[in-house]
Design a protein around this ligand. Structure first.
Ligand code: AMP
Length: 128
């Protein structure tokens, strides 16, 4: 079972942003920027392009909803999207508020207090 499946099942805590029948969105615990969100299909598939077309399109559509909400509440130039998966072999879309190119590069991380995570997760959730 992947760490993200444990999160979806509630066995590991997360700062949840949104959920429906097929997808779960929560804050990345080691964010590139405040509001950095992961969107995960509940079905445990390793690689993005191995998702069947319906689930792939659903993931993009669900991610778009989250990104539009993020854009409303997080000051940024735009929301960037990235799929990597080298650390966790369970498909996840990174949605990252961008001010500059390095925000998408997974090199400089921001440190947030639990209260910051809670506040930003709530703000995004309320604007979906
Ligand atoms: P990657 O598989 O390379 O796309 O990276 C996995 C991402 O998942 C990283 O950005 C981690 O910070 C994030 N991550 C790993 N464990 C957790 C967790 N328990 N809660 C939230 N995010 C996590």
């Amino acid at each position: 079972m992947s760490i993200f499946t444990k999160i979806i099942k509630g066995e590991i805590p997360s700062y949840k942003v949104a959920e429906n029948e097929h997808f779960y969105a929560f804050l990345d615990i080691n964010p590139n920027a405040k509001g950095h969100t992961l969107v995960v299909p509940k079905k445990e598939v390793n690689k993005l392009f191995d998702l069947d077309e319906e689930l792939y399109n659903g993931l993009m559509s669900f991610s778009r909803k989250i990104a539009l909400a993020m854009e409303k509440v997080i000051p940024c130039e735009r929301i960037g999207m990235s799929v990597i998966g080298l650390e966790v072999p369970h498909v996840h879309v990174h949605l990252i508020p961008l001010q500059k190119m390095e925000d998408i590069q997974f090199i400089k991380k921001v440190t947030l207090e639990p209260s910051d995570f809670e506040a930003v997760a709530k703000a995004i959730a309320e604007n979906i």
